[in-house]
Design a binder for this molecule. Structure first.
Ligand code: UT7
Length: 322
């Protein structure tokens, strides 16, 4: 069995920036509340005529360039998204068409903010078994479309964006472990409570918004993500001292700080983008990873953990050599 190695990364953020200060005139909120409770200063918002696949395409092309691969070399496309352009075809198929790729498997994965971890897990299994040699894995969201912009407890938290990675088969490590979890018992704590089967008309009228019991989700996220990172470290016979970078899902700086403290990891070894991006759901991990690769923080051969937590609940971690 071969390893799956990341050979290229890309990220894309829509041009429009919405600052906390801008929200002060729309909602009963303050820049100070949002920043101290979440670490967020601003988020990017897709233009009215810009959709998830548009963001995904930009990130994917940048990642393919970085991997020095052309689209025709891609033999698997997995897109993690909660905000697909259409009910069907999947955003992965729409992306496949944009890139001019024909015939390879292409499908979406839905695990909300843990979606990118799930997508990477699937893609690396294709590669390990020899079913794929060059996979394009994308996390892309226009989460702003499923927010109630009059609900200050949720709308200030999220943003839009896309991140992508090219995963290739290699005799060198590679992804070393992947641990995924879910527990549907918590389905009501973080959700958009309607969907195609239950309320298609309401969806069309724009009533499908994110709801969250923030405090409960917060506690769960800290505990589950800490466990998921420890699970990865132990499964590889490592200690936290062996981790060069933690690239966490960017939901709240206080969650990230709590996990770093629990792992005894300095914040100097944690990639944080939440201040500028907000929570971009499935896109947050690959966006943060790409940024740290491009600015030279993350280097070849380093040991990295990525982790994510989302509605479901869903959560997990991946440990790899870059
Ligand atoms: O990505 C998926 C995973 N998502 C997460 O992990 C998010 C987890 N949860 C959180 O990050 C935090 O719970 C929040 C950021 C959502 C909320 O922070 P909190 O410290 O848990 O605040 P809270 O919900 O307990 O609210 C405290 C107060 C409330 O007022 P009262 O009831 O104490 O008078 C809220 O109404 O803050 C109020 N509040 C706000 N005030 C100003 C809530 N949202 C806002 C706001 N501006 N935007």
């Amino acid at each position: 069995m071969s390893y799956a190695r990341i050979t290229g990364t890309g990220g894309y953020l829509p041009k429009k920036v919405l600052k906390n200060k801008d929200l002060e005139s729309l909602l009963d909120t303050t820049d100070e509340w949002i920043y101290t409770r979440t670490g967020i200063r601003q988020r990017h918002i897709a233009a009215d005529n810009e959709f998830t696949c548009d963001l995904a395409e930009q990130a994917a092309r940048i990642a393919l360039d970085a991997a020095q691969r052309t689209p025709d070399e891609v033999d698997l496309i997995v897109v993690a998204t909660t905000t697909p352009d259409q009910v069907f075809p999947s955003t992965a198929c729409l992306l496949q068409e944009r890139l001019g790729i024909h015939g390879c498997p292409a499908f979406d994965v839905q695990a909300v903010c843990a979606g990118f971890i799930y997508a990477m897990d699937v893609a690396q299994r294709y590669i390990q078994t020899g079913a794929s040699r060059c996979a394009l894995v994308v996390g892309a969201e226009t989460f702003s479309r499923i927010l109630d912009w009059s609900d200050r407890s949720t709308c200030v938290l999220f943003g839009d964006g896309a991140g992508a990675m090219v995963l290739e088969s290699s005799s060198e490590p590679g992804i070393l472990s992947s641990h995924l979890h879910a527990d549907g018992a918590y389905k009501d704590l973080l959700c958009v409570p309607v969907g195609v089967s239950t309320a298609y008309r309401e969806l069309l009228n724009g009533q499908a918004y994110t709801e969250m019991q923030g405090r409960e989700v917060f506690k769960w996220a800290v505990s589950a993500l800490g466990d998921a990172v420890m699970e990865a470290v132990k499964a590889n016979g490592l200690s936290c001292l062996d981790i060069d970078w933690l690239v966490p899902h960017q939901a709240n700086i206080r969650i990230i700080n709590a996990i770093a403290r629990r792992l005894d990891l300095s914040m100097d070894n944690v990639v944080v983008t939440i201040g500028r991006h907000g929570n971009t759901s499935a896109a947050s991990i690959p966006l943060a990873f790409d940024e740290a690769v491009r600015d030279g923080r993350i280097k070849d051969g380093q040991t990295i953990i990525i982790e994510g937590f989302g509605g479901g609940f869903t959560w997990g971690s991946l440990l790899f050599k870059f």
